[in-house]
Design a protein around this ligand. Structure first.
Ligand code: FES
Length: 501
């Protein structure tokens, strides 16, 4: 038995026929409508909020729990039981994400004719920078949430999706997203920085080999890779070379953008995303590793978590009258993003609401019990649960443990590092002191941090505008020493030590 589901979007209405009992999320995906779905439709994140009317399935207990006080339904749980109407939040459909911009002043220009595009495909965000190749002028910047989020928030869930269902839907999603962001332009030259999985999917290659050991790749891209004709609506396409399955072209670009491929005192670079990538330059060597930080710092898997979007608490200070929140867009707080989480944990330590093991103290002001779990109140609507704290604790221990492992492999101590570059969208907003306090990195480095912003995008722009930068990316990929943390004898101990606050 079928029914009609009318989908309302900012562009108008679409009526689709569906079997009764069909879940709403797959119907939206089939129509190319992108609800926020970081858990990949597994009914665990509570983010695929839609408004519905008409004949739909009754609300389940689990859905009620995930919705909390919000009105609406969850598209991955709610089913069409007859004719009904579904409305997606237009902001979720096409969320613009703030990204940094780079001008040619940062790079010596190798002038050419035409238009170029430097593209950064992050697991969470896609950014497209359009340049005039003759002057190096940045003429446009576009950024959106990566539409592959409907297949899961992190790289691992997207590889798993490919293993189970093939990679075609993922590849088509990213290719059509970039073509739509190019908006009919046909750039003469394109450079792309992405992690190895994202570059596989853009190139139409199956990333399933990266699902388990020995983590095989179809290509490490760079100059030796010739993308198939028609990959993008563009002329020449260059994918920045990767070092390994988990240290991708995004890191190669970031290393070049930070100048870590050049000699000098010992320096480190961390790019904190769902996969934390770390590089260390010392005495002519470039060591790197990747650590499964998980998506906590991107707000996923955190009960009140969200990305760095309007309404997100981005910083918290302890004022005379309690917690002082700064909210993106100066609106009412609706969630908390990665930089806010770091501040929240630092403040909880300072207040004594949480001990060094991460356990909440029920006797401390602001701590209360809900559904059998201790929580800490940030604002009227935003709380952090004990489970949220554990998720952040694991993420920060993975990053700090990876850093300490690289430092040891280079024969150094944390105090020998002269500069710590922090890359990634989330890195732009963090308070370096608080990040050191909670142990995101060794505390000796708190006063040595330099925030780079979107360094992968900057690397892609460098490779677009300057031929020497492209050669540098190739050299980085060819000479970097990759350290596999899962088989490293020290990583486990460092990770456990770094679990403490
Ligand atoms: S709960 Fe529906 S996508 Fe996560």
């Amino acid at each position: 038995m079928s029914c009609t589901v009318t989908i309302k979007t900012a562009q108008g209405e679409i009526a689709v026929r569906a079997e009764k009992g069909s879940k709403l999320l797959p119907l939206l995906i089939q129509q190319g409508i992108y609800a926020d779905a970081p858990c990949g439709g597994n009914g665990t994140c509570g983010r695929c909020l839609v408004r519905v009317s008409g004949e739909v399935s009754p609300m389940t207990e689990r859905e009620r729990h995930l919705l909390g006080s919000r009105e609406g339904r969850l598209a991955c749980i709610c089913e069409a039981m007859g004719d009904c109407t579904v409305e997606v939040d237009p902001k979720a459909e096409k969320m613009a994400v703030q990204v940094d911009s780079y001008t040619c002043k940062e790079f010596e220009l190798t002038p050419r004719k035409g238009v170029g595009a430097a593209i950064d495909i992050g697991t969470t965000t896609v950014a497209v920078y359009i340049y005039d190749l003759s002057s190096g002028e940045l003429t446009d910047v576009f950024s959106e949430v990566n539409r592959q989020r409907i297949f899961g928030a992190d790289v691992v869930s997207r590889i798993e999706y490919s293993v189970k269902n093939g990679h075609t839907a993922l590849s088509n999603t990213v290719i059509s997203q970039i073509n739509s962001m190019l908006g009919g332009r046909r750039p003469d030259r394109v450079t792309v920085a992405g992690n190895t999985v994202m570059e596989h999917l853009l190139a139409g290659l199956d990333p399933s080999g990266m699902a388990r050991v020995p983590f095989t790749t179809r290509s490490l891209f760079g100059g030796s890779f010739t993308p198939s004709e028609g990959l993008l609506e563009a002329g020449e396409v260059y994918l920045l070379p990767a070092v390994s399955a988990f240290v991708g072209g995004d890191m190669t670009g970031a290393v070049v953008a930070a100048g870590l491929d050049e000699d000098g005192p010992a320096r480190m670079l961390i790019d904190i995303g769902t996969n934390g990538e770390i590089a260390l330059r010392s005495e002519g060597r470039l060591l790197c590793c990747a650590t499964a930080a998980g998506p906590a710092f991107e707000g996923c898997g955190i009960s009140c978590g969200m990305g760095g979007l309007p309404g997100a608490v981005r910083s918290i200070r302890l004022g005379k009258n309690g917690l002082e929140l700064s909210v993106i867009g100066n609106t009412r707080p609706v969630g908390i993003c990665g930089s806010g989480l770091i501040d929240a944990l630092a403040v909880m330590l300072e207040l004594g609401a949480m001990d060094e093991t991460g356990r909440l103290d029920e006797d401390c002001e602001g701590v209360f019990e809900e559904n059998g779990e201790l929580c800490f109140r940030i604002s009227e609507d935003i709380t952090l649960t004990q489970g949220d704290i554990r998720a952040v604790q694991t993420a920060k221990a993975a990053i700090c443990g990876g850093m300490l492992t690289l430092i040891k492999r280079a024969g150094l101590e944390p105090c020998d590092i002269s500069t710590l570059y922090i890359a990634g969208g989330f890195g732009s907003g963090i308070d370096p002191e608080n990040a050191g306090k909670i142990g995101l990195y060794p505390s000796e480095l708190s006063k040595k941090t330099v925030v780079l912003g979107n360094a992968a995008g900057r690397g892609a722009a460098a490779a677009l505008l300057n031929d020497g930068a492209r050669e540098r990316c190739e050299a980085v990929a060819a000479t970097a020493e990759y350290i596999e943390l899962s088989s490293d004898p020290d990583f486990g101990d460092y990770f456990i030590d770094a679990m403490l606050f």
